[in-house]
Design a protein around this ligand. Structure first.
Ligand SMILES: [Zn+2]
Length: 412
């Protein structure tokens, strides 16, 4: 079935991702903008497309690609409200851990939840994710940290994508932490010899992810996991340099990691290494905001050096319970010195590339899924100018309106 849409302005990044350096700052702007859709895919886009009656006409609005969340821990059990409150009251990380908080609390809650319970709570979160304009997201495991519970999280992630108008990319975060009460070396052996091969065999994730940080895993330990993962056919991603400089970035880039994530403490050499590679820096400024840190990732330096940046929410119960991609978009501009155009490219096409979806979503181009947002704005720069309210009026997934919000007063 064909549908034709008309807007005051349509804005999209273009090209083969990852967009790097100056490419990130170039957007195509069509004024007015038309999108011709057939069977959920974009057939034509431009200021004028082939003659056909408009099926949906949005006067005075703009359309942008639906947002893509490159870093999201969606299927976990519980929340950490008491811990949040303790943090605001000024308690230290150790005090919080002693009070039963931290990642271990989430591991416990995730293990205790049945598949159905985990699916239920994740479905509810996913609704709010879509309602805030995200049509493709990552969903990491990493709170099970044993065979059955890692698999449970990954199956929940897959189920979400099957029932919702949301592309969900499950990512196996088996190297998130050392399971509570276990010996690190024992877990590493179990991870490499039992859990990883099962996830690969069952095709539950194309990616392996780990956390390199002081007190978690060292660069050498990550390299050991990465070698095994690569041999089993996994693509690689890495949480690193979030709270300290680890030295893991060159290793991850040399091993061909799709992304290095967080990297607040990347050195000048690390930045150069990323900028000269296809590895994408995935940045989540919501974490700095939520943890009340003064430091943000060096997005400007990476882009100026010719590298690629993508954005994510890092939705997780400890350091960023943020479901909306608009907040990282705003912070990218206000706190990471990214241009508005770069931020949009990072939250759409480059994020799609990180998730292996760069050929299907993330930009409005012929052949791609007709995943787009309708905003009650006249110019894409108003997304940032009127920060705090994106004026979202509709979310389209494969040419179908899945979310619709009022655009005017009701009952006046
Ligand atoms: Zn994360």
């Amino acid at each position: 079935m064909r549908k034709k849409f008309k807007f005051s302005q349509v804005v999209t990044p273009l090209g083969t991702p990852p967009l790097k350096g100056e490419e990130m700052g170039k957007l195509a702007v069509y004024e007015p903008g038309e999108i011709l859709v057939e069977d959920g895919r974009i057939l034509e886009i431009g200021d004028k497309t082939s003659p056909a009656p408009y099926t949906e006409e949005y006067f005075g609005t703009i359309a942008i690609p639906a947002l893509v969340d490159a870093h999201n821990h969606l299927p976990f059990g519980g929340e950490r409200l008491r811990e949040f409150q303790m943090k605001l009251e000024g308690h230290s990380y150790m005090e919080i851990a002693r009070a039963g908080g931290g990642i271990r609390a989430t591991v416990k809650a995730t293990r205790e939840a049945s598949f159905d319970e985990l699916l239920q709570v994740s479905l509810q979160r996913a609704f709010w994710i879509i309602k805030n304009g995200t049509a493709s997201t990552e969903a990491k495991s990493g709170y099970g940290l044993n065979l059955q519970d890692e698999i449970k999280q990954l199956r929940v992630a897959r189920a979400l994508g099957e029932v919702l108008p949301l592309d969900v990319v499950p990512v196996f975060l088996g190297g998130h932490d050392v399971p509570p009460g276990e010996d690190k070396e024992d877990y590493l052996q179990k991870l490499i010899n039992e859990i990883m091969p099962r996830v690969a065999q069952e095709g539950l994730s194309d990616y392996f992810d780990a956390f390199c940080e002081e007190g978690v895993y060292s660069p050498d330990e990550v390299e050991r996991m990465f070698r095994a993962a690569k041999e089993m056919g996994f693509k690689l991603r890495l949480h690193t340099d979030e709270f300290s400089h680890t030295g893991a970035i060159p290793m991850a880039v040399d091993m061909g990691a799709v992304s290095v994530d967080h990297i607040l403490y990347a050195s000048a050499e690390d930045i150069k290494k990323i900028a000269g590679s296809d590895t994408v820096a995935v940045l989540m400024p919501t974490v700095s905001f939520f943890l009340r840190l003064d430091r943000y990732a060096p997005a400007r330096e990476i882009i100026d050096g010719g590298g690629a940046v993508a954005l994510g929410t890092d939705f997780n119960p400890g350091s960023s319970p943020a479901l909306s991609m608009f907040f990282p978009l705003w912070l990218a501009v206000f706190k990471m010195k990214m241009s508005m155009e770069e931020a949009l490219a990072a939250a759409t096409l480059n994020a799609a590339h990180v998730l292996g979806l760069g050929h299907r979503v993330g930009s409005l181009e012929p052949g791609k899924k007709a995943d787009f947002l309708v905003l009650d704005l006249k110019d894409y720069r108003q997304i940032f100018y009127y920060f705090s309210e994106p004026r979202l009026v509709a979310v389209y997934k494969e040419g179908k309106r899945v979310i619709s919000l009022p655009r005017q007063w009701e009952g006046m």
